[in-house]
Write a protein that binds this ligand. Structure first.
Ligand code: PBG
Length: 338
């Protein structure tokens, strides 16, 4: 941490001096947000010409692989470095083991290959988890009591990550919270000669109710029903445990780590950045986005100001970047005011 010399007493110290004029506010500003900090999460489904709105996430739509290309183009033009893909899987392909996740001809590998073919300079990130693919909506394989089994799940996740790497993805992002999955995936990637595939580990991922709109968007909410993810995602009451999770993922071979959700967990983000100094990301999740959109739609909050304030907060807390559904809007706003 930074150490300070105690400021002199008032009026030798008048903090308002530096705040008086715009030039000096700019001069003393400690953090900046740029488009380089943004990762745009998008929902992709089968079909052609699809732009299907997600009701609980105003402004967010589900794309088919063809319409996705227009979004990718927009990201390139705006300077957004990475697009993150989240699949909406046909209910008929969902099974108890979610094995469609490892299909080399599945929706995600096809979308990745097409994105990399058309926009090789745009970074593509894929989620590694089984929940969009399982008939029960859990992130892994379950036993007869509904308990998610660790090693059998890691085995399928590893195959899923390999298939994504073979399709040309730049970053795989395991969001499943199984123990040991980063190590298993890293080993498999190295063995498969995918030595440059980056792993962004959802290291400190909490069992959060803020994921609600996302589960609507990918269609896993109905599958999950009244079940929860408490046996693998973290308890929102815990702080030290997050540091142990991050430490393990780094030792297992993560290139970047993530804290999720975002704003309610800024303390964790700061802790992680300070403790490890790794490239550290925050995920401003679907429910956080929905809250701001809903309040703005009611005229209760000023949309653009709250959006930008929420994003700079991640930088101040130590984040190197943010996965946010606001990425396009924020990038446009920054371009307009540049
Ligand atoms: C899948 C996954 C989830 C999110 C990202 N990857 C949902 C979950 O864990 O239930 C949530 C993202 C969001 O809410 O925006 N494991």
């Amino acid at each position: 941490m930074t150490s300070f010399i105690l400021p002199p007493d008032f009026p030798a110290a008048r903090p308002r001096r530096n705040r008086r004029d715009e030039f000096s506010r700019r001069l003393v500003r400690e953090n900046v947000l740029t488009t380089n900090d943004l990762i745009y999460p998008v929902f992709v489904r089968e079909g052609e010409g699809v732009r299907e709105p997600v009701p609980s996430m105003p402004g967010i739509v589900r794309y088919s692989p063809d319409t996705l290309l227009a979004v990718a183009q927009e990201c390139v033009e705006l300077g957004i470095p990475v697009l993150a893909l989240f699949p909406v899987i046909d209910p008929q392909l969902k099974t108890p083991d979610g094995i469609e996740a490892a299909n080399p001809d599945g929706l995600v590998p096809r979308a990745v290959a097409s994105l990399k073919r058309h926009f090789p300079e745009l970074g593509v990130l894929t989620d590694v988890a089984l929940d969009p693919y399982t008939s029960h909506g859990q992130d892994g394989v379950i036993d007869e009591n509904g308990y998610v089994l660790n090693e059998p799940t890691v085995e399928i996740l590893t195959r899923q990550a390999l298939v994504q790497a073979q399709a040309g993805v730049d970053i795989v992002a395991p969001s499943d919270m199984m123990d040991g999955r980063i190590g298993a995936i890293r080993q498999a990637l190295e063995a498969g000669q995918h030595i440059y595939t980056r792993i962004m580990a959802y290291s400190a991922k909490y069992a959060s109710a803020f994921y609600g709109p996302f589960r609507d968007a990918v269609g896993s909410a109905g599958n999950l029903g009244k079940s929860n993810k408490f046996t693998y995602q973290m308890d929102p009451a815990n702080r030290n445990e997050a540091l142990r999770e991050v430490a393990m993922d780094i030792r297992e071979g993560a290139d970047m780590v993530m804290v999720k959700p975002g704003l309610p967990y800024l303390d964790i983000l700061r802790d992680v950045k300070t403790a490890f100094g790794m490239p550290t990301y925050a995920y401003q999740v679907s429910g956080e986005y929905a809250m701001i959109k809903a309040a703005a739609a009611n005229g209760w909050l000023e949309h653009d100001k709250v959006m930008m304030e929420s994003l700079i907060a991640f930088k101040r807390a130590g984040g190197d970047g943010i996965l946010t559904y606001f990425a396009i809007e924020a990038a446009k706003l920054m371009r307009a005011s540049a």
